[in-house]
Design a protein around this ligand. Structure first.
Ligand code: FAD
Length: 516
């Protein structure tokens, strides 16, 4: 039985885990979180995935209660710039293409070519990103026209998988950690500010306690390793091997800046932007009052000094004099994220580069699965096995999706981008790519286990990246395309009307800030 849980680490992973477990079990499970005053958090991790709303709703938090405090903004899509060719951009929106006569509008688009840009011809969200619109009206009502999205949160992301929700959030990671610290401690999480010096195992090899500098031994039944890339409990104390993904995903470094910006003047595009570079890509994350930006690159192709120079040129004079945060990334995952009485959550468990903003999604998924498989004495071995299989599959699936980004990108103007087409593909991906050349991705042809990304995401990337051949289904040439053409026209009209009627994202967030 796990009556007392000790969480080591107070970054996003530690506090998301503490607050979620508290919301799930209340006083029935004691939770202690110990975090170091001396070891900083990673300090990045500001873009999320659309299922993250279930995390906040699980905690009973409405947007107006946490967004202003975390300088949060909306994310409707990822905008990919220069991945296909210099000057080209496309969106990967949180939006499934509509269906017409049993075929996805993506198939119809390939067949009828109603315009030049797949995303803008089939998606409302792409238009809202172009117009820098808010997905909500000033009275808080969400746009729903033609989308079918609902404001009703499901109790957990798993319940909500069927429902497409049109946005995720950006937020300041440090402010979110501060917000969750207060939220958690007010609800009974015991917070210890101290360094963990040692992890002590009992005769069976389970963790019996951790030794802190000032608070002595902290004992528990279940230990959660949220120590980030260090993996202090899972890797160092318990010796669980870390399986690197470097062979297929070579980006292993990042440099980040926090740049103040006047959002009223500049506008705030409601999406993350990923701009391709010579040895990786730069993220741009618009928050209320500043931009988070960083260059994710492969150390084999670019030095930290070159990366910082490139990032500063990209950010412009607003970044002059600001300190840059250089980060070494451990890409891959633990062979098992749960061994004995220790569960690794967050960067200690695994990480793939942040191209599709999946770090926080991994944390959310892990903590949901932990609640579902919470130890109860009997059958714990079975629970551990099922848990490990699920969290590993999520990371493996995302790895495949990310490898596809580089492999399918038309860009091949230097060694970095050319080599991306020659690296060994993870198991099964080559076969899937072959299949997508005949038929756009569907539930049968993408990575077969849940990993957050649906076939439509693969389609958006294939059609946007433009480096791999794709074909419309032969059947469409024998069908009347009137209904599909009507749908394309409808989307165009709806997109125009929405972009005119919705407030700008800046106006909405300023209104939210003033009301809080
Ligand atoms: P950390 O933030 O590193 O926290 C570790 C904690 O452990 C700290 O509190 C530290 O004090 C504590 N600790 C360590 N050692 C000890 C000790 N001995 N005693 C006591 N305490 C200790 N994810 C996204 O979802 N979206 C993104 O856009 C995104 N961008 C990213 C960009 C980069 C470059 C990187 C590297 C990651 C990004 N991530 C992103 C991932 C995201 O940042 C992490 O998943 C998230 O911040 C969780 O980190 P963590 O809590 O696991 O680790």
């Amino acid at each position: 039985m796990a009556n007392n849980v000790v969480i080591v680490g107070g970054g996003t992973a530690g506090w998301m885990t503490a607050t979620y477990l508290r919301a799930a079990f209340g006083d029935d499970v004691g939770i202690t979180l110990v975090e170091s005053k001396n070891v900083p958090t990673i300090g990045v991790g500001e873009a999320t995935f659309s299922t993250v709303r279930h995390f906040f709703s699980y905690l009973g938090l409405a947007e107006h209660e946490w967004m202003p405090e975390c300088h949060a903004s909306y994310k409707l899509a990822i905008r990919f710039e220069n991945w296909r060719a210099e000057g080209h951009h496309f969106y990967h929106p949180f939006e499934r293409p509509r269906n017409v006569q049993g075929f996805s509008l993506a198939d119809w688009w390939l067949h009828t070519r109603p315009g030049e840009q797949f995303d803008r011809d089939t998606s409302l969200l792409a238009a809202l990103c172009e117009a820098k619109s808010s997905p909500r009206h000033l009275d808080g009502a969400m746009f729903t026209s033609g989308f079918g999205a609902t404001d009703e949160p499901a109790k957990a992301a798993e319940d909500g998988r069927e429902t497409q929700f049109p946005y995720a959030y950006h937020f300041d990671a440090a402010l979110l950690a501060r917000f969750l610290t207060r939220f958690g401690t007010e609800r009974g999480v015991r917070h210890v500010l101290d360094d963990v010096l040692d992890v002590v195992l009992d005769d069976h090899g389970d963790i019996s306690h951790v030794v802190t500098r000032e608070h002595g031994a902290l004992t528990g039944d279940l230990f959660i390793d949220c120590t980030g890339f260090r993996g202090m409990l899972i890797n160092k104390a318990l010796g669980v091997p870390f399986e690197s993904f470097r062979e297929s995903l070579p980006n292993d470094s990042a440099v980040a800046l926090r740049v103040p910006v006047n959002g009223e003047k500049a506008g705030m595009r409601p999406c993350t932007t990923a701009t391709a570079q010579d040895a990786g890509w730069i993220w741009t994350i618009p928050l209320f009052g500043r931009i988070g930006t960083g260059y994710v690159y492969a150390g084999d192709y670019c030095t930290p000094e070159e990366a910082e120079r490139t990032l500063r040129e990209f950010a412009g004079p607003a970044a002059d004099g600001l300190a840059a945060n250089h980060i070494k990334m451990r890409i891959g995952r633990c062979a098992q994220s749960w061994v004995r009485n220790c569960v690794a959550i967050g960067l200690s468990s695994g990480f793939v580069e942040p191209l599709e903003s999946t770090g926080i999604f991994f944390i959310h998924n892990a903590v949901e699965q932990l609640v579902k498989h919470f130890p109860g004495g009997r059958d714990d071995e079975h629970r551990r096995r099922t848990y490990n299989r699920q969290v590993a599959a999520v990371m493996d699936g995302v790895r495949e999706f990310l490898v596809l980004h580089y492999y399918a990108a038309a860009r091949d103007d230097n060694a970095y981008w050319r080599d991306a087409k020659k690296r060994p593909l993870p198991d099964g991906l080559a076969e899937r790519i072959e299949a997508w050349g005949h038929q756009l991705p569907d539930a049968e042809s993408v990575f077969p286990r849940f990993h957050g990304f649906e076939p439509y995401s693969y389609t958006a990337m294939l059609l946007g990246l433009g480096g791999l051949p794709v074909r419309p289904p032969a059947a469409l040439s024998r069908m009347d395309d009137t209904a599909a053409r009507r749908e394309f026209a409808l989307i165009r009209d709806q997109a125009q009307a929405l972009a005119q009627r919705l407030p700008s994202q800046y106006a909405y967030l300023a209104h939210q800030q003033n009301a809080s």
